[in-house]
Design a binder for this molecule. Structure first.
Ligand code: NAD
Length: 247
């Protein structure tokens, strides 16, 4: 479904991002994964190459909030492959801090990686997609962007912003044949969830009509669909993949 496409996936070293990288590779794409540390990038690439030595996958760890660092890497990717077709803004951190305990620096950290990084990467990719006359941007939102959450207010705030970025860029970039969508995961079986307190997660699981967490691969299927030509008339959508949690 993605033969000859070049895709960048931020936060591609584990969890949902790694599942997206694998899914895109399995569907013929060349993938560049971004992570926060060189070691985790190398581990992810070795894992994938052990699964399939023909996977065409490389990785970088730019500061995603620094436009000059991101721009330099995007340029080197275009110099190598000639084009970038798909950008997945997936890197993210969560929080469950009560409001009185929030430091401004913790707030900034969450907003930077979840919101500002998606803005910076989108801003820097657009000129290449315009030159190609097409492109796909997929942002990772969250079910809490629709319902809020009882603690850790910066996290849902950042994901509401991701929805705003998605809907607005879809309007701004549609005339260039650049589609911009978001996937809104529910509770998904990754480190992000296993790091959260049990008393926070267990009540959430009880609200899910499908009766379980989502698996990263089930999320990755939605990204594949949105990245592919099957979604050629879909832009500005926030696709919920959450087992109808909290509906
Ligand atoms: P995860 O913690 O397993 O992975 C997070 C990824 O983000 C990692 O690859 C990590 O390297 C990257 N990252 C974190 N901080 C970074 C930084 N400062 N710079 C660069 N990269 C950084 O989490 P996950 O569950 O796979 O989450 C992926 C996305 O899905 C996030 O945007 C998250 O908000 C969203 N999400 C997850 C869930 C869930 O239940 N797991 C639910 C809703 C939304």
């Amino acid at each position: 479904m993605l033969e000859d496409k070049v895709a960048i996936v931020t936060g591609g070293t584990r969890g949902i991002g790694l599942a997206i990288v694998r899914k895109f590779l399995d569907n013929g794409a060349k993938v560049i994964l971004f992570g926060s540390r060189e070691e985790s990038i190398n581990n992810a690439i070795s894992l994938l190459r052990n699964e399939n030595e023909n996977y065409e996958v490389t990785g970088y760890c730019p500061n995603l909030c620094k436009d000059d660092e991101v721009a330099e890497i995007f340029k080197s990717i275009v110099d190598k492959y000639g084009h970038i077709d798909i950008l997945v803004n997936n890197a993210g951190v969560s929080a469950t801090t009560p409001i009185e305990e929030y430091t401004v620096s913790d707030f900034d950290k969450t907003m930077d990686i979840n919101m500002k990084a998606a803005f910076v990467c989108s801003k820097e990719i657009v000129k290449y997609m315009k030159e190609e006359g097409k492109g796909v941007i997929i942002n990772t939102s969250s079910m809490v962007s629709l319902y809020g959450q009882p603690r850790g207010v910066a996290y849902p705030m950042s994901k509401y912003a991701v929805n705003g970025l998605t809907k607005s860029l879809a309007r701004e970039l549609g005339k260039y044949n650049i589609r911009v969508n978001a996937v809104s995961p529910g509770v998904t079986n990754t480190d992000m969830v296993s790091n959260l307190p049990k008393e926070y997660i267990e009540p959430l699981l009880k609200t899910i009509p499908l009766g379980r967490m989502g698996e990263p691969e089930e999320l990755a299927n939605a990204y594949l669909f949105l990245a592919s030509d099957l979604a050629s008339y879909i832009t500005g959508a926030i696709l919920q993949v959450d087992g109808a949690a909290m509906n």
